[in-house]
Design a protein around this ligand. Structure first.
Ligand code: TGC
Ligand code: FAD
Length: 392
């Protein structure tokens, strides 16, 4: 891949609204991405490999549980800091951000929010350092957008539970040490269970041949009469609302992350347009290219402010699920459109791995689908403003 010359666009001086701590966190993450991720990312994406060697670095920049209190090994930071870290990581690659989102919002968050004190002490510090890696099992072969219909179930056997079922499309599953799994009890109530690698009857086959999110390992979770200790049930909350709370945290991070991918595409396209000469001029001199670039920076700027405001609301405990859905939906679509336009600005060079744009574009096809599809987020906002659910 060509040298990483990234310069983050900040057209309306959003930096003025960040604290010194936010800027320090941002600069550390940005510098780490440039130094450790850019040099390897294209190669691992081409090979469709998860770069395990960066786990330690991710932990050191606070990518695992930045909002988890320090007593449990987290960094005790605010939600804007979490968002900024996700933005910088996704500037590098959405697949790497996925690994960090899952670990923070979908594994550490439910253990912190719904776990017993023993579970918090046992798992959170090791998840924060990356000594343990986790995954989150909600989606099933027959239940994607409608997780309430899940078929994975567990039975109370007196001194333990017996878990049966299957989860599909699970990020990190092929290498995760633990899985936070959502399953129904005999009464049909959804609960979270911590399943550990090595438990008899538990397997995690990898899903191959993805054209998108190739640096993230995706797989299944298969439970064939898995014996689960009763201590592994998350006692704090049951019902679909529990996994949906985790999704709020992850979707919030994705709203920030998508801006990172968009900024990287815009920055690459702007530099290329100023350097590429056609008809005796840099292509940036042509009105059609200026239109593309102007619309990109306008959309990025709008998304930056929407998302910063969402962060303030989340830090105040006032961000609603519907606001998070709106930001996730808007920003991912914005990033995908910018990736497509940027790729055109690069002409044929845009399809090569010498530039990051095509990789971002393919990654964003997953991001617009997972954590609630583009359609589902529209329906969540629609329900919020009309009071009428239109899912069924
Ligand atoms: P519904 O009847 O609306 O709600 C069920 C219960 O949940 C409550 N609730 C929430 N609670 C907390 N936070 C939220 N955001 C909540 N939304 C709803 C609700 O009040 C109710 O509570 P109660 O007490 O009355 O039972 O549920 P529904 O079955 O109609 O579904 C609603 C819908 C469609 C919005 C929901 O199912 C949904 O969001 N579907 C999309 C599924 C999804 O996003 N899956 C993501 C899987 S994980 C993933 O993709 C990880 S990718 C990670 C990576 O690599 O980065
Ligand atoms: P479906 O639900 O079958 O939807 C298909 C189409 O129908 C979509 O366009 C959808 O918008 C539309 N549709 C569905 N219902 C409605 C409706 N009511 N109204 C209008 N349109 C509708 N899941 C996890 O649990 N954990 C993970 O770690 C995880 N990681 C993932 C990683 C990747 C790379 C991918 C691609 C997915 C991952 N997922 C994960 C699964 C993801 O959350 C689901 O793919 C997503 O929720 C959509 O479910 P589905 O693919 O079954 O699509």
């Amino acid at each position: 891949m060509a040298q990483d010359l990234y310069q983050a666009p900040d057209y309306f001086h959003l930096d003025d609204l960040l604290t010194d701590e936010h800027k320090l966190i941002r600069d550390a993450a940005r510098e780490w991405i440039k130094r450790e991720v850019t040099p390897i990312i294209e190669d691992v994406a081409q090979k469709a490999e998860f770069p395990k060697q960066i786990i330690d670095g991710l932990a050191k920049i606070g990518a695992f549980g930045s909002f988890i209190p320090e007593e449990y090994g987290g960094s005790g930071l605010d939600h804007i800091s979490y968002g900024i870290i996700m933005q910088e990581i996704e500037r590098g690659d959405s697949g790497v951000r996925s690994t960090a989102s899952v670990q923070s919002s979908l594994v550490m968050y439910p253990i912190w929010k719904f776990g017993s004190e023993e579970q918090k002490q046992k798992y959170l510090p090791k998840l924060a350092t990356g000594e343990l890696m986790g995954c989150f099992g909600l989606t099933e072969p027959n239940h994607g957008s409608n997780p309430s219909g899940m078929e994975t179930k567990y039975k109370d056997m007196g001194d333990h539970y017996l878990l049966n079922g299957a989860k599909l499309w699970i990020s990190n599953s092929p290498f995760a040490d633990i899985a936070v799994v959502w399953a129904k009890n005999e009464k049909g109530r959804i609960h979270g269970l911590i399943v550990e690698r090595g438990m008899k009857g538990f397997s995690t086959p990898e899903t191959h041949h993805k054209w998108s999110l190739r640096t993230s390992a995706t797989g299944e979770l298969i439970f064939d009469n898995v014996k689960i200790s009763k201590e592994n049930l998350l006692p704090g909350k049951s019902g679909l609302g529990a996994p949906l709370m985790c999704l709020d945290s992850a979707r919030y991070g994705i709203a920030w992350g998508a801006i990172g991918a968009a900024m990287d595409c815009y920055d690459t396209a702007l530099r290329y347009a100023k350097e590429r000469i056609q008809f005796g001029k840099p292509i940036a001199a042509f009105q059609l290219q200026q239109k593309k670039l102007t619309e990109m920076i306008t959309e990025i700027t709008k998304a930056q402010f929407l998302t910063w405001r969402l962060g303030v609301l989340r830090d105040e405990g006032r961000a609603t699920s519907a606001q998070i859905s709106m930001a996730k939906r808007n920003n991912v679509e914005m990033a995908l459109n910018i990736a497509r336009e940027s790729r055109q600005i690069l002409g044929a060079m845009g399809i090569t791995g010498d530039y990051s744009i095509m990789r971002h574009m393919m990654n964003l096809e997953s991001v617009i689908t997972y954590e609630g599809t583009h359609d589902i987020h529209l329906l969540i906002t629609g329900m919020d403003i009309t009071g009428i659910p239109a899912f069924v």
